[in-house]
Ligand binder design. Structure first.
Ligand SMILES: Nc1ncnc2c1ncn2[C@@H]1O[C@H](COP(=O)(O)OP(=O)(O)OP(=O)(O)O)[C@@H](O)[C@H]1O
Length: 621
């Protein structure tokens, strides 16, 4: 029975609103329509499964086609179709109420903040079409029906002939949307949103060479867009390493192979599947960030998983699929959603368990990969309390010799030499082995062990270690003179009287032309440098924190190099000699000794460096 009517609307002109509404993301109309086609096909499969549909299922492929002359784009499925009554109900009422609700709910919201911009459904077709026809034939014994709507609130239906069961949605594209007649655009959208949908989708043709006897012929085959059973939906028991690697290469064609992966599968209390990969992480963390793709029932939603996956795991790559993540809410809401919290905790736990398992089962391999793994682990320990608890068991500390220890193992190693007078384990580290070489050698000569802490995250990690573990102190190798790196009660004597110390202080201030020089004439061993520039740990960290937060150290009055202190070795022969030579010679020697200390810290630059070179030549003559 042919019908005309108007869709009952509260808001008169919903279509213009819809059209304008998702302006930035028109592409999703195709995802919505293909998802509807997929649903309709799966519903039919289910009906067949329980015996309610007894006919032939036949080829269930969803076909997308373009007619450039008529300017139409058609999505055809062989799903369960609709009777006329169902069209009235599902298209005019259900779909419409969905669209109205959507617009109502989000009219004041910035749409970019809505994950996946889900929920507009069938009516998203009107974002790109001036007229939509839906031609459908139900699997039940009923006439086929054509529903037409031109983007106003008026629609019409009529009975028509349709040979096959299923639904064709024909979009008459508006002039602004003719880009969707281009094959590459359609391919691009299908590849992005539909590559893992569970029913085969074809668009366009592929040329394939086949042998027929002696002859080679080229035949055209339908181009299938999707893998209907993507790897993450399959049983992990049936998969080999090569399968996981191939899946990764498909997802990230340009990336190096990952280090290892975790296959996630959980049905209760929420549903989630996926594979997360640990990529090889080089120092530039941002390059690796936000590559995880989020799906809902194999439909791509977004690759921005902020607030769903814990911050530090956003370095991982891979796919997560969960129908239980609320998609049409704003991001700030996500944070407080109970399901999302559970999901996030679950992922954290799984990652920690997997790392622990690797650590226990193959420590050698774990150590080999520590450069990359370490970044995740430390990032995780710094930002996530729960992860910290688990990760301390397998977090490794690497010595300069390339040996790896857990904290407990390391404490055992240094317990004789590096426990200070207050019972604190002093962990000495270098953030730049080449630049701090002279300090490292001095430490080693004293039998001290030096850790390598030169990754991006180490600054934060170091503070975290001290904060979380009692009786553990971290000191950079240039934080003090070597005798004082581990604080003891032993006091060395200085060979100078107080007066002489004062004199030395004045000589240096004069030689460096700097009244404010922070200088201490200290008791050090005779075999240490005459002058050493140290950077006290606390002040240096404060300054680094300020730098990180964009300040220039102003409030502490630091210069470009940071908080430093000049330690003059009162027991060094050169310093003692200073007091016995002429004033000119004093200035020359003091300046030279000071510049050597600057040089050892990589701080001698520009004019000062040139001056030093000239002076060295003079002394040599
Ligand atoms: N290709 C199709 N074949 C059969 N029924 C369909 C088809 N497309 C839409 N429908 C019917 O129309 C209804 C409304 O579709 P619409 O896309 O607006 O919402 P939805 O699919 O229910 O939800 P969502 O907002 O998640 O897309 C569907 O629930 C379905 O019953």
């Amino acid at each position: 029975m042919a019908q005309k009517g108007s869709i009952s609307v509260n808001t008169e002109n919903i279509f213009p609103i819809i059209k304008k509404f998702l302006y930035s993301d028109h592409d999703i109309f195709l995802r919505e329509l293909v998802a509807n086609a997929t649903d309709a096909t799966q519903k039919l499969q289910k009906l067949a499964g329980i015996g309610d549909f007894k006919g032939e299922l036949g080829d269930l492929t969803i076909k997308i086609s373009v007619d450039k002359d008529k300017k139409t784009l058609t999505i055809s499925d062989k799903g369960l179709g609709m009777t006329e009554a169902e069209v009235m109900k599902y298209i005019n009422q259900v779909a419409f109420s969905g669209a109205t609700e959507f617009v109502e709910k989000f009219k004041d919201v910035d749409t970019t903040s809505i994950i996946g911009k889900f929920g507009l459904g069938f009516y998203s077709a009107f974002m790109v079409a001036e007229k939509v026809e839906l031609i459908t034939k139900s699997y039940q014994d009923a006439k086929a029906v054509k529903w037409t709507c031109d983007g106003s609130t008026e629609f019409s239906t009529e009975e028509i002939e349709k040979a096959e069961r299923g639904t064709d949605v024909v979009l008459y594209l508006n002039t602004d949307s003719e880009e969707f007649l281009e094959d590459h655009r359609i391919n691009e959208i299908l590849n992005r949103y539909c590559r893992f949908m569970p029913i085969p989708i074809v668009f366009g043709k592929d040329a394939e060479k086949v042998k027929e006897g002696e002859e080679e012929k080229t035949i055209e085959k339908d181009h299938v867009i999707n893998a209907v059973q993507p790897l993450y939906t399959r049983d992990p028991q049936s998969l080999k390493d090569e399968d996981y690697l191939n899946f990764y290469r498909e997802l990230y064609p340009m990336a190096e192979d990952p280090l290892f992966w975790i296959h996630l599968k959980v049905d209760y209390p929420f549903n989630l599947t996926g594979i997360l990969y640990f990529p090889k992480v080089k120092n530039d963390i941002t390059l690796h960030k936000d590559k995880i793709q989020l799906y809902s029932r194999q439909v791509f939603i977004t690759d921005n998983v902020e607030n769903i996956v814990p911050e530090f795991l956003r370095l991982m790559h891979g796919v997560i699929d969960s129908p239980d993540i609320p998609l049409n809410v704003s991001r700030s809401y996500l944070q407080s959603d109970a399901n999302v919290k559970k999901i996030s905790n679950y992922i954290t736990r799984k990652v920690a368990d997997r790392l622990e398992e690797l650590f226990k089962s193959d420590r050698v391999l774990f150590e080999q990969k520590w450069e990359s793994i370490g970044l995740f682990v430390k990032y995780g320990m710094v930002t996530d309390e729960k992860f910290f608890e688990k990760a301390q068991k397998f977090c490794l500390y690497e010595t300069l010799e390339g040996k790896f220890f857990t904290l407990d193992e390391y404490k055992e190693k240094i317990k004789d030499n590096q426990v200070d007078k207050n019972g604190n384990f002093t962990l000495i580290y270098t953030s730049n082995p080449a630049q701090q070489d002279i300090f490292i050698r001095a430490a080693k000569n004293r039998g001290l062990d030096v850790l390598k802490m030169d990754s991006l995250i180490d600054n934060h990690f170091i503070s975290n270690v001290e904060y979380k573990f009692e009786k553990v102190r971290m000191k950079r190798v240039d934080a003090d003179t070597v005798d004082k790196l581990v604080e003891t009660d032993t006091v060395l004597d200085v060979a100078l009287t107080d007066d002489q110390k004062k004199q030395v202080d004045e000589i240096f201030k004069k030689a460096t032309n700097n009244d404010k020089l922070d200088l201490e004439v200290a008791a050090m061993s005779g075999d240490e440098m005459p002058v050493t520039i140290v950077r006290p740990e606390f002040m240096r960290r404060m300054m680094e924190m300020q730098e990180l937060s964009g300040g220039n150290g102003g409030m502490f009055g630091f210069n470009g190099f940071g908080a430093e202190k000049v330690m003059v070795n009162g027991n060094h022969p050169l310093i003692q000699k200073l007091l016995t030579v002429s004033e000119d010679k004093q200035t020359q020697l003091a300046r030279q000794a000071y510049d050597l200390a600057l040089l050892a810290q990589g701080m001698l630059k520009g004019e000062a460096l040139t001056g030093f070179i000239h002076r060295s030549l003079e002394i040599a003559e």
